[in-house]
Every structure is written in C-alpha cells, then in structure tokens.
Design a protein around this ligand. Sequence first.
Ligand SMILES: C[S@@+](CC[C@H](N)C(=O)[O-])C[C@H]1O[C@@H](n2cnc3c(N)ncnc32)[C@H](O)[C@@H]1O
Length: 294
Amino acid sequence: MTNRSLRSTIRTDSCRTVRHAVVITAYLKSRRRANNMAELLGEIELNRIYQRDCIEGMRMIPDESVDLVATDPPYVNVVGEDWDKENVFTDELVSEMRRVLKPSGSIYVWCGIGEKSRSLVDFIQILDKQLNFKDLITWKKQRGIGMRKGWLYTREECLWYVKDNKKFIWRRDNQYNKEDKRAFSLPNNKSDYKRWTNIWTDVKEVAGGMKSAQYHPTQKPVELMERIINLHTYENEVVLDCFMGSGTTAVAALRTNRNFVGFELEPEYVQIANQRLESLADTEAERKLTEEDE
Ligand SMILES: C[S@@+](CC[C@H](N)C(=O)[O-])C[C@H]1O[C@@H](n2cnc3c(N)ncnc32)[C@H](O)[C@@H]1O
C-alpha cells in the first residue's frame, strides 16, 4: 500500500469510527424514543433495566400500559445462588403484573417441575387466582441434567395466561415456523409452513459448546423470548420482564423492534445486560453503516 492510500485508509477508518459511535448512540436513542408517545412509561424510562426489586419497580408503571409480560422468575432452590433461595413469586407480584397489563395482553412465566423445585405447581396456583389460563408450553432441551436414579431431565415449562379471554392478541401471521416447510403440518393448516405447537423442540440451550455466550446460570435463549414477543405484540409495543437476569428479554425486544421495561436485583447482571444491549446496538450500527457504504 502506498503512503497516500494508507493515509486515506486511516482517514476513512477514523471517520467510520466516529460515524460508528454516532450511529450506536442514535440507535439507542431511537429505541428509547420508539414509542412515539413518550420516552417514559409513567415514571419509568423505556428500554432501561432498573436495578431494583420488581414489585417496587412495577408500582411506578401506570395501569394497563404494558402489552406483554414475559418473565423467568427464580424457580427456588434449583441453582445454588442466593437469589434462588426463597420464593419471590407471590400474589402481590401477580397482582402488579395484572394491573400494568393491557386487556389485550398476555403473561408468560417460565417454571419447572422436578424433585428439587415444584415452581410449576406453585406458580399455577398463584396465577390461577387472578388470570385466565391458556396453555403450558414445554421446551424440550437438547441436553439433560442427569439424576443417579431417575430420568434424564430435559425440559422446562412456560405458563401462558391472559387478562381477558376475548381481547388477548394472537398474531396469526406469526404462528408458523417460517423455517419449517409444510411436510409434517397439522390438518387444516393453510399456510406453507408448519404451525408452532405447544412443545418446542427446536431451540438449543445457551451453553452447549458456546460458553462465551452464557452470562447467567439460568439464561434463556433469545429465540424463546422472540417467539413469544412476535406472537403477542406489534412493533414499538412494550414488553415487561420483572426478572431480567442477563437481559435476554431486553435483547429479544430490541431485536424485534419492541420497547422493554425491566428490573433485576443483582448489580452484576444489570451490568452484563447493559453490555449485551450495547453490543447489540453495535451490531445494528455496523449493519446500518455497511448498508450506507454499499
Ligand atoms: C431465573 S433468573 C432470570 C434469567 C434470565 N431469563 C436470563 O436469560 O438471563 C431470575 C433473576 O431474577 C432476579 N431477581 C430475584 N428476585 C428479584 C426481585 N425481587 N426483583 C428483581 N429481580 C429479582 C435474580 O437476581 C435473577 O437474576
């Protein structure tokens, strides 16, 4: 490379770096502004994870202002972490989730059932008191947790409830697996694609050979949260996760052009979640720059 072309490359690169920073900031700001009514939801800033108790946090959200609640509470005594030692899934928590949810909204709660934890049973009893049960999704994982005497444990569950049986949103256009052609489709399926069932077998756990992408001991794959978001909300609507952990729901919301509201008690997870969001913004900015350059 001649000195002249080297100088020109350096100039282009530094311009690109400045432009890159501008695009990242603009992207994050535009996401914060995406709900074009306001950047705030009551006193809460959209697209920000608050390090605070979720019941306290939800009290700052106005009635019927959230389109979807998708959350993954501690299952209680499954992982040896302090935050998993006692049950925080209470009547009071569900009553706040119900209050902030729009009549068209759904609530998805991850849970499990096994020798150590019966969160599925406990959460159903609490949710049943205030909401309408719709379905139970089973996520069939690829790897299992072995018991010395017992079945290899390879599943997690997700409870789906609605606030209003008539008004809840179900996006028919998003009820198909667009990567799965019709071959094994259900009868009466008019689509080219296979319809999702309530047993999800196609999503791998986060770790499995890609440990660098695991930030939390109970981290959910982004695809699980994206599927729920796409089925129950439209672009720019608001998704609430009371137990953000490493921010998976927030990442899924941004990737699908939704806004999120979130709470997480542990400062280190809030920091990790923010790093994930920044790196997502970074990727998005890179994509936009490449498009501009082409
Ligand atoms: C099962 S983990 C969520 C993991 C998350 N789905 C992910 O993909 O990273 C539950 C999280 O809830 C947090 N937590 C527990 N009690 C809380 C509370 N009262 N308010 C807010 N967060 C809480 C814990 O610190 C933990 O990170």
